[in-house]
Design a protein around this ligand. Structure first.
Ligand SMILES: *Cc1c(COP(=O)(O)O)cnc(C)c1O
Length: 457
């Protein structure tokens, strides 16, 4: 079967509103053609992000009722801590309210001027936290990661030759090596166990701590289970334990594979480092047994971590994302290949061949997708990462112009996904009608969130 049916039935429903094309046209004009500025109740299928948008299970909701809200020594914390110790093997567990706070605690403690953090690819909040602490964030993805049409396995991997070179030449100046699983910024591509093992070995050899940014560890372990020799017979929990056994610590945005709407944590072997981070935690988040979360959130995470590793769930989850990708590929639409764990990335440059990068082909496609079908995706291209050179007045853009369709966990059914694919197929048939855009307002930083644009006729 191309797509296993959902391994759950629906107990609570949330109404979503179908709007008319005229309504959407008005909303787009009011939003300056920026889908970030459209209220979510006017969106039919929202694929803006998979972060914090998942649906919790009855078991998680039941957990909310038994959450222990004691300021210190909450029962729910011990349950949370036990789950993380069981899965990762790391004895020291620090709760945080999001992944980026974990990053802030860690990098403000270990980074200084002249140091370099090395990763397969830093996620954007990770890079920002490294750079905010005056260190350099160096990405060493394998070179296949840069070719979107190459359907090679494990494109999330670290380039080991370059890693060894950098560890050698920067000896004493690398406070940490990070493996992001799955590699979010290169398209949710998985990292192989072999690559984790080899990275760990190099780090030990050069005496550098090795951490895993494990927001999507369960999806990554599923790909190892499916694609890497020797893992077919193993349970995802067993694979996860092996993954973490190669590292000295990890941090997680629980808004992804822990199937909750808010939360995160750090976990590590080093007790001295953990104590230092706890001191900062008390300053900026809260007491070490809640760390910016309610007791009920800790309960939901403890349950969600295990649900996120269930075989049937991961099979359905990854197949749903792949199904969308394959429907687009079958119709001749270029996407980043192979399809990763949490999203489909459309190659907007090839979809809108007639629109040059300085007219934002990716944003133009998000506008068409909302206008025609009420679907929200996000541009990852010239608006997000490009700028105008102040000297030459010329547009400087990134390597790729993409539109990401991120799939929330357990939220949309096969019919929703089919609707998204069919809508795109329709738009593709008359793609030459999509118009290029020009900016009418841009903020000095992170302009994509608030930019306003108009169509060039
Ligand atoms: C989402 C994410 C983060 C940041 O976590 P928040 O919970 O959004 O603060 C860090 N790393 C990766 C890989 C992520 O996907």
């Amino acid at each position: 079967m191309r797509f296993p049916a959902e391994p759950f039935r629906i107990k609570v429903v949330e109404k979503i509103r179908r709007t008319t094309r005229d309504e959407r046209e008005q909303l787009l004009q009011r939003a300056g053609l920026n889908v970030f500025l459209i209220p979510s109740d006017s969106i039919y299928v929202d694929l803006l992000t998979d972060s914090g948008t998942g649906a919790m299970s009855d078991q998680q909701w039941a957990g909310l009722m038994i959450g222990d809200e004691s300021y210190a020594g909450s029962k729910s914390f011990f349950k949370f801590e036990a789950a993380i110790r069981d899965i990762t093997g790391f004895p020291n567990v620090i709760p945080t309210h999001q992944g980026r706070v974990a990053e802030n605690l860690l990098f403000s403690t270990i980074c200084s001027e002249g140091t370099t953090v090395i990763a397969n690819t830093h996620f954007d909040t990770t890079r920002a936290n490294v750079e905010a602490n005056r260190a350099e964030a160096l990405d060493l993805p394998v070179k296949e990661a840069l070719d979107p049409s190459l359907g090679k396995l494990f494109k999330g991997n670290m380039d080991l030759v370059k890693l060894e070179h950098e560890l050698k030449s920067r000896k004493g100046h690398v406070p940490l090596v990070v493996m992001t699983v799955t590699n979010n910024s290169t398209g949710g591509q998985p990292v192989s166990m072999e690559n984790v093992r080899a990275t760990s070995k190099l780090c030990k050899q050069y005496g550098v701590p090795f951490f895993i940014d494990c927001a999507r560890f369960a999806e990554n372990c599923w790909f190892i289970h499916e694609l890497e020799p020797g893992y077919k017979g193993k349970a995802i929990l067993e694979i996860a334990r092996e993954l973490f056994s190669h590292a000295d610590g990890c941090w997680m945005s629980a808004k992804k594979d822990a199937l909750v709407n808010i939360g995160g944590f750090l976990a590590m072997n080093d007790s001295d480092l953990s104590r230092k981070l706890q001191q900062k935690l008390i300053l900026i988040e809260g007491f070490p047994t809640y760390g910016g979360l309610a007791g009920r959130d800790l309960e939901a995470i403890a349950v969600g971590l295990y649900e996120g590793m269930e075989h049937d769930y991961l099979q359905y989850r990854t197949a749903q994302v792949r199904f969308l990708g394959e429907m687009l590929l079958d119709a001749g639409i270029s996407i980043v290949r192979p399809v990763g764990g949490h999203a489909v990335f459309i190659d907007a440059r090839s979809f809108c061949e007639h629109i040059p990068p300085e007219q934002f082909p990716g944003v133009a496609l998000t506008v068409a997708l909302y206008r025609e079908a009420g679907i929200r995706g996000v541009e990852i291209g010239s608006l997000m990462f490009g700028h105008t050179d102040p000297k030459t007045g010329k547009h400087v853009g990134p390597h790729l112009e993409l539109v990401r369709l991120a799939i929330p966990r357990r939220v949309y059914t096969t019919s929703h996904i089919t609707y998204v694919a069919e809508s795109l197929l329709e738009i593709y048939k008359s793609r030459e009608k999509i118009k290029g855009l020009r900016l009418t307002y841009e903020a000095p930083v992170l302009r994509h969130f608030t930019a306003r644009m108009e169509e060039i006729s």
